[in-house]
Design a protein around this ligand. Structure first.
Ligand SMILES: O=C(CO)COP(=O)(O)O
Length: 249
Protein backbone atom coordinates (compact mmCIF):
# COMPACT_ATOMS: atom_id res chain seq x y z
CA UNK A 1 0.00 0.00 0.00
CA UNK A 2 2.57 2.51 1.13
CA UNK A 3 4.68 1.74 -1.95
CA UNK A 4 2.08 3.32 -4.24
CA UNK A 5 3.01 6.60 -2.55
CA UNK A 6 6.36 7.95 -3.74
CA UNK A 7 8.60 8.84 -0.79
CA UNK A 8 8.79 12.65 -0.47
CA UNK A 9 11.34 14.75 1.40
CA UNK A 10 10.99 18.51 1.72
CA UNK A 11 13.65 20.84 3.09
CA UNK A 12 12.23 23.92 4.77
CA UNK A 13 15.09 26.39 5.07
CA UNK A 14 12.90 28.86 6.99
CA UNK A 15 14.51 32.34 7.37
CA UNK A 16 18.09 31.07 7.04
CA UNK A 17 21.00 31.34 4.67
CA UNK A 18 22.43 33.57 1.99
CA UNK A 19 23.61 33.08 -1.57
CA UNK A 20 26.92 31.62 -0.44
CA UNK A 21 25.39 29.03 1.91
CA UNK A 22 22.68 28.15 -0.61
CA UNK A 23 25.35 27.56 -3.27
CA UNK A 24 26.80 24.89 -0.99
CA UNK A 25 23.47 23.11 -0.41
CA UNK A 26 22.53 23.34 -4.08
CA UNK A 27 25.81 21.84 -5.22
CA UNK A 28 25.51 19.01 -2.69
CA UNK A 29 22.05 18.21 -4.05
CA UNK A 30 23.11 18.60 -7.69
CA UNK A 31 26.06 16.26 -7.24
CA UNK A 32 23.64 13.39 -7.11
CA UNK A 33 23.60 10.75 -4.48
CA UNK A 34 19.87 11.34 -3.97
CA UNK A 35 17.70 8.27 -4.48
CA UNK A 36 15.66 8.89 -7.68
CA UNK A 37 12.74 7.13 -6.01
CA UNK A 38 12.42 10.03 -3.57
CA UNK A 39 10.65 13.22 -4.64
CA UNK A 40 12.69 16.12 -3.26
CA UNK A 41 11.54 19.73 -2.80
CA UNK A 42 13.48 22.52 -1.07
CA UNK A 43 12.02 25.73 0.26
CA UNK A 44 14.28 28.80 0.35
CA UNK A 45 13.21 32.19 1.71
CA UNK A 46 11.21 34.17 -0.88
CA UNK A 47 14.06 36.47 -2.09
CA UNK A 48 16.05 33.38 -3.12
CA UNK A 49 13.34 31.38 -4.92
CA UNK A 50 14.48 32.54 -8.35
CA UNK A 51 18.18 32.13 -7.53
CA UNK A 52 17.80 28.59 -6.18
CA UNK A 53 15.41 27.54 -8.96
CA UNK A 54 17.93 28.61 -11.59
CA UNK A 55 20.84 26.74 -10.00
CA UNK A 56 19.16 23.57 -8.79
CA UNK A 57 18.80 20.36 -10.81
CA UNK A 58 15.36 20.40 -12.42
CA UNK A 59 14.55 17.02 -10.89
CA UNK A 60 14.35 18.77 -7.53
CA UNK A 61 11.33 20.95 -6.83
CA UNK A 62 11.34 24.38 -5.22
CA UNK A 63 8.65 25.60 -2.81
CA UNK A 64 7.83 28.99 -1.37
CA UNK A 65 7.32 28.99 2.40
CA UNK A 66 4.03 30.86 2.26
CA UNK A 67 1.87 32.94 -0.07
CA UNK A 68 -1.22 35.11 0.00
CA UNK A 69 -4.71 34.39 -1.35
CA UNK A 70 -4.68 36.99 -4.12
CA UNK A 71 -2.84 37.35 -7.42
CA UNK A 72 -1.63 40.90 -6.82
CA UNK A 73 -2.48 44.14 -5.10
CA UNK A 74 -1.96 46.21 -1.99
CA UNK A 75 -0.63 43.44 0.28
CA UNK A 76 2.73 44.83 1.40
CA UNK A 77 5.28 42.19 2.24
CA UNK A 78 3.44 39.27 0.72
CA UNK A 79 3.82 37.16 -2.43
CA UNK A 80 1.30 35.44 -4.70
CA UNK A 81 1.10 31.97 -6.24
CA UNK A 82 1.42 33.66 -9.64
CA UNK A 83 4.79 35.12 -8.59
CA UNK A 84 5.95 31.70 -7.37
CA UNK A 85 5.10 30.26 -10.79
CA UNK A 86 6.63 33.20 -12.63
CA UNK A 87 10.04 32.38 -11.16
CA UNK A 88 9.66 28.75 -12.18
CA UNK A 89 8.67 27.24 -8.85
CA UNK A 90 5.79 24.83 -8.44
CA UNK A 91 5.15 24.37 -4.72
CA UNK A 92 4.19 26.32 -1.60
CA UNK A 93 4.18 25.32 2.07
CA UNK A 94 0.99 26.58 3.76
CA UNK A 95 -0.04 26.76 7.40
CA UNK A 96 3.37 25.96 8.83
CA UNK A 97 3.24 26.09 12.63
CA UNK A 98 5.42 29.21 12.59
CA UNK A 99 2.87 30.90 10.32
CA UNK A 100 0.11 29.80 12.69
CA UNK A 101 1.79 30.60 16.01
CA UNK A 102 4.31 33.39 15.31
CA UNK A 103 2.22 35.23 12.71
CA UNK A 104 -1.25 34.30 13.97
CA UNK A 105 -2.63 32.64 10.83
CA UNK A 106 -6.04 31.05 11.41
CA UNK A 107 -7.50 27.85 10.02
CA UNK A 108 -9.83 30.01 7.95
CA UNK A 109 -7.00 31.99 6.31
CA UNK A 110 -5.01 28.82 5.66
CA UNK A 111 -8.10 27.31 4.05
CA UNK A 112 -8.49 30.34 1.78
CA UNK A 113 -4.81 30.21 0.84
CA UNK A 114 -5.20 26.50 0.08
CA UNK A 115 -8.04 27.13 -2.35
CA UNK A 116 -6.29 30.03 -4.05
CA UNK A 117 -2.88 28.36 -4.44
CA UNK A 118 -4.45 25.22 -5.93
CA UNK A 119 -6.69 27.13 -8.29
CA UNK A 120 -3.61 29.12 -9.38
CA UNK A 121 -1.82 25.89 -10.29
CA UNK A 122 0.68 25.73 -7.41
CA UNK A 123 1.04 22.45 -5.52
CA UNK A 124 0.78 22.69 -1.76
CA UNK A 125 2.35 21.23 1.36
CA UNK A 126 -0.15 22.18 4.09
CA UNK A 127 0.97 21.58 7.68
CA UNK A 128 -0.96 20.51 10.75
CA UNK A 129 0.17 19.75 14.29
CA UNK A 130 -0.66 20.17 17.94
CA UNK A 131 1.11 22.19 20.65
CA UNK A 132 2.47 20.43 23.72
CA UNK A 133 -0.31 21.72 25.98
CA UNK A 134 -2.91 20.44 23.50
CA UNK A 135 -1.24 16.99 23.45
CA UNK A 136 -1.08 16.90 27.25
CA UNK A 137 -4.76 17.86 27.46
CA UNK A 138 -5.66 14.91 25.19
CA UNK A 139 -6.63 17.24 22.34
CA UNK A 140 -4.19 16.12 19.65
CA UNK A 141 -6.83 14.53 17.41
CA UNK A 142 -9.30 17.37 17.85
CA UNK A 143 -6.65 19.93 16.86
CA UNK A 144 -5.14 18.09 13.89
CA UNK A 145 -8.53 17.02 12.54
CA UNK A 146 -9.92 20.56 12.67
CA UNK A 147 -6.78 21.91 10.98
CA UNK A 148 -7.04 19.17 8.34
CA UNK A 149 -10.75 19.88 7.77
CA UNK A 150 -10.05 23.57 7.14
CA UNK A 151 -7.60 22.48 4.44
CA UNK A 152 -9.63 19.57 3.01
CA UNK A 153 -12.74 21.73 2.60
CA UNK A 154 -10.73 23.75 0.07
CA UNK A 155 -9.16 20.93 -1.95
CA UNK A 156 -10.80 19.54 -5.09
CA UNK A 157 -7.84 17.64 -6.57
CA UNK A 158 -5.67 15.90 -3.99
CA UNK A 159 -2.97 14.97 -6.53
CA UNK A 160 -1.48 18.41 -5.90
CA UNK A 161 -1.41 18.10 -2.12
CA UNK A 162 1.20 16.58 0.21
CA UNK A 163 0.09 16.83 3.84
CA UNK A 164 2.63 17.38 6.63
CA UNK A 165 2.11 16.42 10.27
CA UNK A 166 4.45 18.52 12.39
CA UNK A 167 3.82 18.39 16.13
CA UNK A 168 4.79 21.85 17.35
CA UNK A 169 6.64 20.45 20.38
CA UNK A 170 8.98 18.53 18.06
CA UNK A 171 9.92 21.45 15.81
CA UNK A 172 13.42 22.75 16.34
CA UNK A 173 13.55 21.23 19.81
CA UNK A 174 15.53 18.05 19.17
CA UNK A 175 12.52 16.16 20.65
CA UNK A 176 11.41 13.98 17.76
CA UNK A 177 8.11 12.18 18.02
CA UNK A 178 8.90 8.49 18.46
CA UNK A 179 8.19 6.38 15.38
CA UNK A 180 5.18 4.94 17.22
CA UNK A 181 3.86 8.39 18.22
CA UNK A 182 4.20 9.70 14.67
CA UNK A 183 2.74 6.55 13.09
CA UNK A 184 -0.28 6.75 15.42
CA UNK A 185 -1.22 10.24 14.26
CA UNK A 186 -0.39 9.52 10.60
CA UNK A 187 -2.71 6.49 10.69
CA UNK A 188 -5.44 8.59 12.33
CA UNK A 189 -5.05 11.31 9.70
CA UNK A 190 -5.29 8.71 6.94
CA UNK A 191 -8.45 7.32 8.53
CA UNK A 192 -9.85 10.84 8.76
CA UNK A 193 -9.19 11.27 5.02
CA UNK A 194 -10.80 7.89 4.36
CA UNK A 195 -13.94 8.82 6.29
CA UNK A 196 -14.22 12.48 5.30
CA UNK A 197 -12.77 12.69 1.79
CA UNK A 198 -12.55 9.27 0.12
CA UNK A 199 -10.81 5.90 0.46
CA UNK A 200 -8.89 6.57 -2.77
CA UNK A 201 -7.52 9.88 -1.47
CA UNK A 202 -6.62 8.29 1.88
CA UNK A 203 -4.60 5.63 0.06
CA UNK A 204 -2.80 7.96 -2.31
CA UNK A 205 -2.06 11.15 -0.34
CA UNK A 206 1.42 11.37 1.09
CA UNK A 207 1.62 12.31 4.76
CA UNK A 208 5.00 13.70 5.82
CA UNK A 209 6.38 13.83 9.34
CA UNK A 210 8.20 16.98 10.46
CA UNK A 211 9.94 17.86 13.72
CA UNK A 212 13.63 17.34 14.52
CA UNK A 213 14.15 14.80 11.74
CA UNK A 214 17.85 13.97 11.40
CA UNK A 215 20.14 11.46 9.74
CA UNK A 216 20.10 9.44 12.93
CA UNK A 217 16.32 9.08 13.39
CA UNK A 218 15.06 9.14 9.79
CA UNK A 219 15.43 5.47 8.93
CA UNK A 220 13.26 4.16 11.73
CA UNK A 221 10.60 6.82 11.09
CA UNK A 222 10.66 6.04 7.34
CA UNK A 223 9.79 2.41 8.03
CA UNK A 224 6.41 3.27 9.54
CA UNK A 225 3.65 2.29 7.11
CA UNK A 226 1.86 5.67 7.14
CA UNK A 227 4.94 7.91 7.08
CA UNK A 228 5.55 8.77 3.42
CA UNK A 229 8.44 11.18 3.89
CA UNK A 230 9.58 14.18 5.86
CA UNK A 231 9.47 17.95 6.08
CA UNK A 232 12.90 18.79 7.45
CA UNK A 233 13.98 22.09 8.99
CA UNK A 234 17.44 22.42 10.53
CA UNK A 235 18.92 19.27 9.02
CA UNK A 236 17.91 20.34 5.49
CA UNK A 237 20.62 23.03 5.67
CA UNK A 238 23.32 20.43 6.26
CA UNK A 239 24.91 17.65 4.19
CA UNK A 240 22.95 15.07 6.24
CA UNK A 241 19.86 16.13 4.27
CA UNK A 242 21.02 13.68 1.57
CA UNK A 243 20.95 10.83 4.11
CA UNK A 244 17.39 11.82 5.02
CA UNK A 245 16.40 11.85 1.33
CA UNK A 246 17.82 8.32 1.18
CA UNK A 247 16.13 7.13 4.39
CA UNK A 248 14.39 4.29 2.55
CA UNK A 249 17.37 3.32 0.37
O1 LIG B 1 9.36 22.92 10.95
C1 LIG B 1 9.98 22.00 10.45
C2 LIG B 1 9.92 21.76 9.00
O2 LIG B 1 8.92 22.51 8.39
C3 LIG B 1 10.84 21.12 11.26
O3 LIG B 1 11.92 21.84 11.72
P1 LIG B 1 13.15 21.07 12.44
O4 LIG B 1 13.49 19.90 11.53
O5 LIG B 1 14.24 22.08 12.53
O6 LIG B 1 12.64 20.60 13.76
Amino acid sequence: MADQRKFFVGGNWKMNGNKASMDVIVSTLNEGGCNPNTEVVVSPPAPYLDYVRQKLDKRIGVAAQNCYKAEKGAFTGDISPQMIKDVGCEWVILGHSERRHVFGESNQLIGEKTAFALQSGVKIIPCVGEKIEEREAGKTEEVVFSQTKAIADNVKDWTNVVLAYEPVWAIGTGKTASPAQAQEIHAKLRKWLNDNVSPAVAKSVRILYGGSVSASNCRELAQQPDIDGFLVGGASLKPEFVQIINARS
